[in-house]
Write a protein that binds this ligand. Sequence first.
Ligand code: ACO
Ligand code: PYR
Length: 524
Amino acid sequence: MRNLEIFDSTLRDGAQARNISFTVEDKLNIVRALDALGVRYIEAGNPTSNPKDLEFFTRAALLHLQNAELVAFGSTRHRERTPQDDPLLQRLLGAGTGTVAIFGKSSELHAREVLGVSLEENLHMIEETVRYCVQNGKQVIFDGEHFFDGYKQNPDYAMRTLQAAASAGAMRLVLCDTNGGCFPDEIAEITGKAVARFGGMVGIHCHDDTGCAVAGSLMAVGAGAVQVQGTFIGFGERCGNANLSAVIPSLQLKRGYACIPEGQLCELTATARYVAEVANIVLPAQLPYVGASAFAHKGGMHIDGVTKLRSSFEHVDPASVGNERDLLLSEMSGRTSLLHKIRAFAPGLRKDSAQVAQLMDILKRLEFEGYQFESASASFELVVLRHLELFSSPYRVELFRIVGEQADKQESKLSSAIVKVQVGERSEITAAEGQGPVNALDKALRKALEVFYPEIRDIRLVDYKVRVMEPQRATAAKVRVFIETTDGAASWTTVGVSTDIINASFKALTDSMDYKLYRSAKGL
Ligand SMILES: CC(=O)SCCNC(=O)CCNC(=O)[C@H](O)C(C)(C)COP(=O)(O)OP(=O)(O)OC[C@H]1O[C@@H](n2cnc3c(N)ncnc32)[C@H](O)[C@@H]1OP(=O)(O)O
Ligand SMILES: CC(=O)C(=O)O
């Protein structure tokens, strides 16, 4: 396997993404996670930018990293200063990392129009800054900002900017597609030119403005780049950076590059989920390799195929990246999907049995009515168990009634609910108040059921979601309610559908109680 350097900039370029703001503690946690995964370089911030990043580097110096090296990021010296009297550069060196990333302009246009310097002065800025850092004991990674656009305008000048950094002692020359507008074939061709001139010093840094950042990075590696820069789950300035959680497995599993230690690849998904959690974002389900849907199969024919032969619908083994297969049940399912889902609690059924065909019909009808069982597996299980007569609700709700909200009383906002439950010959009528009608109904139902089933006391609602379907029908639209419940040991989700939100909630609530009773009858 050939070695390839992975350079993660989640904490620097990633922090330039909209709605991302890391605390020092967040940064330390992400550094620990990326180090454990085996990333080579972690560009952890810009100490010239803000006191938080400065504090981070002070605290990060105490970390005992096993695999990664921290990198501080900053620019070439200001045009009117020498490196020695440039306060930003002094702060960069003061961050105490062994390696610094220096970005400088590789584009004639940018040198002239953005920096406002002559082309020669820009080369001096690059060379003097890199040399100064090297003389101060730093290993320097030079980021040629706008290299590809600059190369397209003036190839000779773009190459001279790299030469200036190389002559001054930079150890890597990173070609940046800063605006993210280059296509992968252009990246491959231009990277090849830089590699022909500078050999194994070349790295790649792609942005995703055309949705090609990962593709561009892979092409650059094919053309000889030895370092790939990106962010771990792809967020970064504007549309983001090359997503390393896709780059790493692609190169490691399909091209034979050692990006992280081999035994660590199975930690990829857990690391991506952890980074998302610390960054306070929802990990997009459709992210390649690590997303919740990366190996989720929905089409009935796909499910049939993948359960016969993994490679028929999976390009790699989900376990190789620490993810897992998920088979989704819907109106697009076939009998194979259904059998797979129910085999744990309804074994013994075969693909050709009549009950399976009946269940398929029930499932498709319910989905047509608006039910969705993909994320409400407890309700789905109850549908199956009831149809197979393996479970029936031991109680009956004779009536429930919500007593109006007190719209004018801001302080209480209370609703009341009355519920009458019948168990065998006995019935129980209870009332309860709550913060809104669903809360009141939940409390009243529980109070009634607890008289007969004390285990109901163990459960509590942890999430309640409403989705309005057919919104064009305004108040006549159907609503789908999801309720997540826990008893401390397990949690489950149920669903209810109706044109009336109270009714939909009631169905989801009673399913939630039924599922608890089913679990306790089974000793779970
Ligand atoms: C492609 C990239 O992602 S590069 C990194 C981008 N990231 C960031 O900008 C986040 C961190 N930045 C910051 O915190 C601030 O911009 C600071 C503290 C670095 C500088 O702040 P200020 O001094 O107020 O300058 P401001 O941000 O308004 O403008 C940038 C200055 O840097 C200069 N500059 C931009 N690129 C470079 C470069 N490669 N080398 C030297 N100077 C540069 C500009 O010419 C401008 O200087 P001027 O005001 O004398 O014309
Ligand atoms: C350095 C950098 O982040 C860029 O050019 O995009």
